[in-house]
Write a protein that binds this ligand. Structure first.
Ligand SMILES: C[S@@+](CC[C@H](N)C(=O)[O-])C[C@H]1O[C@@H](n2cnc3c(N)ncnc32)[C@H](O)[C@@H]1O
Length: 201
């Protein structure tokens, strides 16, 4: 079965449980909320929340006054997000679908949603994101930091650690300039976090 089908199947089974745990941005780390808010303030247009899961970040951005929508390949997530956040817009789709509708967004938030891609699929995914952004549009990627590109057993379905420099190089190769990188290790969390903020030119 292709990788996306496995990811979709795994999250479909656990969408409700995932939403119970992570479906409210108020419960997320304050550092993440602040980082996403500061990034969004610099986006020159509507924001697409790629791999939005339960939709908590789409709703958080809407509360901050940013137009946009969430997209996710898992229908159970999209249905739950619509129920939970009826004022926001959500649709079913994948990162690959973004390249098809032209440059319409000022920002793409990929918060721990590219972690399940096979590494060989990352350049194509970043190119699709680049294609959906207007000139000066901004990307924010959240992911798990690692010393090498390495698969691990994520609680839902396998995922990959990425070294910041390695993912940043792919982001630049896709037509972005990296503006800022962040690395953080929470006392309570077993995996180090990282984020890359980049803009198109
Ligand atoms: C770890 S969850 C993160 C969800 C949400 N962004 C959050 O911060 O809670 C990973 C999400 O990525 C989505 N996803 C996996 N593969 C994807 C793909 N190829 N395109 C878009 N989203 C994908 C999953 O359906 C899931 O919602």
């Amino acid at each position: 079965m292709p990788a996306l089908s496995l990811v979709r199947q795994a999250y479909s089974r656990r969408a409700h449980e995932y939403a119970e745990l992570f479906g409210d941005a108020a419960d997320a780390a304050a550092e993440d909320r602040d980082l996403i808010a500061a990034w969004a303030a610099r986006c020159p247009g509507p924001i697409i929340d790629v791999g939005c899961g339960p939709g908590q970040w789409t709703a958080y951005l809407a509360d901050l006054g940013h137009d946009g929508e969430g997209i996710d390949p898992v229908p159970e997530f999209v249905a739950g997000a619509r129920r939970r956040y009826p004022a926001c817009s959500f649709r079913t789709g994948t990162v690959a679908d973004l390249g098809r509708s032209g440059a319409t967004y000022g920002g793409a938030l990929c918060w721990y949603s590219l972690i399940h891609l096979e590494p060989a699929a990352m350049p194509g995914a970043l190119a699709a994101i680049r294609a959906c952004l207007v000139p000066g549009g901004r990307l924010l990627v959240g992911f798990f930091d690692g010393e090498r590109v390495e698969r691990f057993d994520h609680a839902v379905t396998p995922a990959y650690f990425w070294p910041v420099a390695c993912l940043a190089a792919l982001v630049e190769a896709a037509g972005f300039r990296v503006a800022q990188t962040e690395q953080r290790r929470d006392a309570a969390a077993s995996r180090p976090h990282a984020a890359i903020h980049a803009r198109t030119f």
